[in-house]
Ligand binder design. Structure first.
Ligand SMILES: [Fe+2]
Length: 389
């Protein structure tokens, strides 16, 4: 069978401990007059953030700070950020934070140059004009937002999440400085790390995966698998933080080029309806979606993919059978969730009766659903929610 793919990875990447010191020179190279800094509320109170402001001030860079982002941003806050940027005539955008912050910064960049609101652009390729240059500095590892063309916002009126998906959202620069992820508390380290792991594993098993993205997704999984527990128990382990940040970046490349699968579709309504953080929702669902993949994949390719993951991530089991390895993967993910204290669906105020509604909403998050290794139905989805309960 003849297949094709296009591979995209836009940002210039500056990485390593203390690479944040290159921010002023990047801003200057863009002839920036007014810099918009979109920042995480918690991060804005850290010494790390005041140090960033100091290096900008030292170079006489004029900036405006927007620090009102909630955990899962809605369109209202995104539009407010865009308005703030326009009012202050910002011509370069810098996002410093987790996925919510980076997504808001990316959206602000296109709201500066386009007249509408976020709601007008949610969907695929709906943004008419490019935005202003975007510099992304993740402080979590993470959503991979620093390398993707997506920005996700909750529509409060529809109780639903929706993404702006446009090539104009690709960041121009990504600064991957592991030092900036040190203040992240253990629970957020775990949930964001597992979100990144989901990007890697879902892009690996996605129908859109290709021989290039597969290598990237596997590398991402190995980096995250070997380091996530280390950073959970020892947040100042800089080498482990660095590996997590690179793993998350690679997972983001996988996500941007091969997409994600049913885990993300099913997690969206949990965020939209119950405010469950994105990473937590994904982590709770992941092993049960993979169980369902094994059970329902009639092409039998999924087991060999799961076995490949074990070969790459846990090579000590290399000589075991494909069947053994594919089930081992799911068992190990469940164990990891427990070690990282990831809650279960039953820990949230969700009733069994709502699973039907949640499944209908998950099916509307169409692109990841279409990427799923087998054609997943409403009945499958309801069963997965039940199993994850
Ligand atoms: Fe995600």
């Amino acid at each position: 069978m003849i297949k094709k793919f296009q591979f995209l990875c836009k940002p210039e990447v500056i990485y390593g401990a203390n690479s944040i010191s290159s921010l002023p020179s990047i801003v200057k190279s863009l002839n920036c007059k007014n810099l918009l800094i979109v920042v995480d509320k918690t991060f804005s109170k850290t010494i790390f953030f005041s140090d960033i402001l100091k290096i900008l001030q030292k170079e006489n860079i004029k900036f405006f700070i927007f620090d009102k982002i909630e955990v899962e941003p809605d369109t209202e806050i995104g539009n407010e950020c865009g308005k703030f940027a326009k009012k202050n005539k910002c011509d370069v955008v810098c996002g410093i934070g987790g996925g919510s912050v980076l997504d808001t910064a990316k959206a602000a960049s296109i709201l500066i140059t386009n007249d509408g609101y976020i709601e007008d652009y949610q969907g695929l390729n709906k943004v008419p004009k490019p935005g202003v240059p975007k510099i992304m500095i993740p402080t979590t590892a993470g959503t991979g937002s620093e390398v993707t063309y997506t920005a996700v916002f909750i529509r409060k009126d529809l109780k639903r999440k929706g993404g702006i998906n446009s090539p104009y959202l690709y960041p121009d620069y990504a600064i991957l400085d592991p030092v900036l992820t040190i203040p992240l508390p253990p629970d957020v380290t775990a949930s964001t790390g597992l979100d990144a792991f989901c990007h890697a594993i879902e892009s690996y098993i996605s129908r859109k995966a290709n021989f290039l993205t597969e290598i990237i997704s596997l590398s991402s999984m190995r980096l995250i698998w070997n380091n996530i527990y280390k950073v959970y128990i020892e947040g100042e382990d800089i080498k482990a933080r660095e590996n997590m940040l690179y793993g998350s970046f690679l997972g983001g490349i996988g996500l941007a080029n091969a997409g994600v699968t049913a885990v993300h579709s099913m997690s969206y309504p949990l965020g939209g309806r119950y405010g469950i953080p994105h990473g937590v929702g994904n982590a709770m669902l992941l092993p049960y979606v993979l169980d369902s993949d094994i059970e329902n994949d009639k092409s039998f390719t999924i087991k060999s993919k799961f076995a490949n993951i074990i070969d790459y991530v846990m090579p000590q089991y290399k000589d075991k059978s494909e069947d053994f390895k594919s089930h081992l993967l799911i068992k190990e993910i469940k164990k990891l969730n427990e070690k990282l204290n990831i809650p279960r669906l039953r820990n949230f105020n969700i009733q069994f009766e709502t699973f039907n509604q949640l499944a209908e909403e998950a099916l509307q998050v169409q692109v990841p659903i279409e990427n799923n290794p087998y054609p997943i139905t409403k009945e499958h989805i309801i069963q997965i929610y039940k199993n994850a309960y």
